[in-house]
Every structure is written in C-alpha cells, then in structure tokens.
Design a protein around this ligand. Structure first.
Ligand SMILES: [Zn+2]
Length: 461
C-alpha cells in the first residue's frame, strides 16, 4: 500500500479515455517539421502543448527560434528537479499510398494482440511525450501538486536535424537547469519488458579516395605495370578486421569496457529473441566479434563498417579500364570512453601505412564524430526508476544498451551538465518513420502509470 501513489494510479485508470482523446487531438495536427508547407502546423502543435501544460497549472510558453518553436514549461516544487524532453514534430508520411488510412486521422484499431493507436506520431513521439504529461496531470488532480519539480522541454525539429536545439540550449541554460533529464523517445527491449537505456553508441564518419594513376588507363596498354586502386583499396579494407572480427586499427579498443556479469545476466533474461532478430535479416548466426553474444555485439561493442565502396566502370557490359581512383565510406559505432578524434587519427595512419608506392589518399574533411553516451546508472534515481518499472510491468526492468545514437542525451551532458535517463514504452514494430505507425494502447496506459510510479520513486530516492 502506497497511500501517495495508489490514488494517482487509480486516477490514471479512471481518466484513460479523456487522456486518449487529448492524444488524438494532438495527433490530428500534421506537424511535419522537414516540410515548409507544414510550418504553421508545427506552430499549432507547439501552441496546443503550451495550452495543455497551462491546463495542468504549469507556467508555460512558446519560444520562437529561427526554425520551429520550442515549448517550455515548469511546475511543482522541491527536489529533485527533473527536465523532461520530448518532440512534437513528426516524420513525413510519404509514400501515402502505403498507408491503410489517413495518417492524421488517428483511430483505435483492434488487433489480436490488443488495441493500438494508429496515426503518424502515435509512437514517435507524441504518444510517448503524452505518457509523461498525463502522469503529471493525474498527480496534480489527486494531490494538487507534483512530488518534485518538473521543467518540460519540447522541440519541433527532432525529425529534421534539430538546427535550433544547441543555440536554444546555450542561450537558455538557466531556464533548463535541473538535476536530471528524462527522455521518452525509445523502445522497450522486447514487448512487455520495461527498459532504461544504459548506453547509446557514438558515431564516427569517414571517407577516403585512393588515387593511383593520373587518369583511367586502357587495361591492354597498361594492364600489368599499372597500379590498380580497386585492388589496393580492397587489401586495405580487408586489413581492418582480423579473422575473429576484431578491428585491427591501433588502439581502437582504448576506452571500451567489458560488460559486468550482473548486467549480462539482466540481458540474458530480457526477452531478446536472437533467432528472430537475426532471422528478420536473413541470418542464422551473428557475424561480429568472436566471443561476444549478439546483444553485446549490438549494444556494447564498437564497430568499423564499410558502408560504400566504389570505383571503375559500373555501367552495362564491360569496359577494359584500370580506374585512376577508388572510394570508400566508413562509419564506426563507438562505445564507452572511445575517443572519436584519436580513432580517426589512427584509422588514417592505418590506411596511409598500407599505401603502395605511387598511390595517395585523400580524406573527406567534413565528417563529424561523437562519443558514446554512457548513462550514469550508478545514480540512485536509476535504480529507483528500475524498481518502479518492474512493479508496473510485473517483471524485472532492464538497463539495456541501444545500438543507435540519440544526440540529445549528449547535448544535455555537454551543454547543461545533466545526466539523462531514457525510458520509453514503444515496441520495435511500431513502424516509426514508416507508413501505418502505431502505439499500443496498453503501452500508452502503462506508460502513464510507469511515469507516475517513477515520479514517486525518484522523489524519495
Ligand atoms: Zn522520436
């Protein structure tokens, strides 16, 4: 019995219909941020959020930027002070012909596995964002206030590269000051398994051109004596990994930590279906580093991937050419404390040391790199939230790695000095960014209840 929390949870159950109605209204606004034709709609969505936050009794305002507006709001008192982030913009809907319904006429669909909310943004990120707002609403309805202080921070450019985000954060550090950031824009590790992100992999992009002869050559006149850049680049690329799948670039693994036994045990019981995951991509085994599980390879190990490789003649028929150039695009996923700048330096040295006489290499100069975001799961709020999620979902919640990157978590650290906690209730098959996006009604309902529990737990932690 938790006399503070229980009435809030009951209130959430009783008020699910109006909460859903509010989400439907929000989903009807076609706030596609990348399309200038929807500029006014983005503003409408931001204004709708400001009004909704004010209806909670929050101080709230729309903040203009050179792009789409930010929404800022604040409510509650006492500690901790949490900064909640979500985004109100959505992805474009084309190709429209692949939708079974109007993307901006949301509705509830009955499926064998339960009811789902259909519509663009249902999962990414309007439905997820509203789980938090509704949890706050229920707390306020029951207790007249929140158990802690909340600052709301919603952007409208997440799906279009967030051009205004960094300048806005730089200019509004005081307004965004808090103890911990909460981000609701991620999936559960598998259906019904609540998860908190423990690490998001970083990224390093690179590209090079290997230049050999001064022009494309006739393979009859020059074949034999000629330096062939395609042959040479193939050798270099083959040298990036050993036969155990380990990257051979010098010091590549500096800053990579092994996953703790406790964490591995959580992952082993997280419901991840390896066969399904591999099978969906036409594979029967994982092809990464030997000695690491599929999940470790995806969440906790760095990679060096060749994303593109080209050169020479690629049209129909054949052409007896020895090309003068060959090209390669590379990205690395980074983990732990790996330093993208040092890796870039060593990668360049690795390639340059393997160039044959008469060859040279030119690197693309404009490609960025960002380190991994490692969450500070040792903070007491993380364990408190994990317990709260376990209580709601009736199974142990997991600190899960994430294979991809979520830049906002890094910006919260570098600009605001904040740790982030990422909790989301989406399912991997929500078809975010694709036609027929959905969000489970149960995910929405339990998502609201989860946040209510987390607010209770972290305000006591
Ligand atoms: Zn999103």
């Amino acid at each position: 019995m938790n006399t503070r929390l229980d009435p809030v949870l009951s209130r959430i159950d009783a008020d699910l219909d109006p909460a859903l109605e509010r989400l439907m209204t929000f989903l009807r606004i076609p706030s596609i941020s990348t399309d200038p034709a929807h500029k006014a709609d983005c503003r409408t969505a931001a204004e709708w959020l400001v009004a909704d936050l004010k209806s909670l009794g929050a101080e709230a305002e729309l903040c203009d930027t050179p792009g789409h507006p930010m929404v800022w709001g604040k409510i509650g008192s006492g500690s901790p002070h949490l900064l909640f982030y979500g985004h109100y913009d959505v992805q474009p809907v084309d190709p429209l012909s692949l939708w079974d319904h109007d993307p901006f006429a949301p509705f509830i669909e009955e499926r064998e596995t339960g009811k789902v909310i259909r519509g663009r943004g249902a999962s990414d990120d309007k439905g997820q964002l509203m789980t938090f707002v509704e949890a706050c609403r229920a707390w306020i309805a029951e207790h007249g206030t929140l158990p802690c202080t909340i600052t709301f921070f919603f952007e409208g450019e997440e799906e279009s590269g967030s051009p205004s985000l960094i300048p806005f954060m730089e200019a509004n550090k005081d307004k965004l000051a808090a103890d911990l950031a909460l981000i609701c824009d991620t999936s559960m590790v598998s259906p019904g398994v609540p998860s908190i992100a423990s690490q998001l992999r970083g990224m390093l992009k690179d590209e090079f051109t290997l230049i050999g002869p001064s022009m494309d050559l006739h393979s009859g006149h020059y074949g034999g004596p000629a330096l062939n850049p395609l042959r040479e680049i193939s050798k270099i690329i083959a040298s990036f990994h050993d036969d155990q799948g380990r990257v051979t670039v010098k010091d590549f693994y500096d800053g990579v930590e092994e996953v703790s036994a406790e964490q591995l045990a959580q992952w082993e019981n997280c419901g991840f279906d390896e066969k399904d995951y591999l099978g969906n991509a036409g594979m029967t085994v994982a092809h990464g580093e030997a000695g690491y599980s599929t999940l470790e390879q995806q969440w906790a190990r760095p990679t060096l991937e060749i994303n593109g490789l080209w050169g020479g003649y690629q049209g129909p028929g054949s052409k007896t050419v020895i090309p003068s150039e060959a090209h390669c695009k590379i990205t690395c996923r980074l983990v732990g404390q790996q330093d993208p700048d040092k890796i870039r330096e060593n990668l360049h040295a690795h390639v340059e040391a393997r160039l044959p006489v008469d060859a040279k290499v030119v690197w693309d100069q404009d490609l960025e790199g960002s380190p991994a975001a490692v969450m500070n799961t040792a903070r007491p709020e993380f364990e408190a939230a994990r317990q709260a999620l376990s209580d709601e979902w009736n199974r142990e919640a997991v600190f899960a790695g994430m294979g991809g990157s979520i830049p906002i978590a890094g910006f919260f650290t570098t600009i605001l000095g904040l740790d982030s906690m990422l909790v989301g209730y989406a399912d991997d098959d929500d078809r975010i960014h694709s036609p027929n996006e959905k969000y489970g009604l149960k995910n929405f309902h339990k998502g609201i209840r989860s946040w209510a529990r987390i607010l209770d737990a972290v305000s006591k932690a």
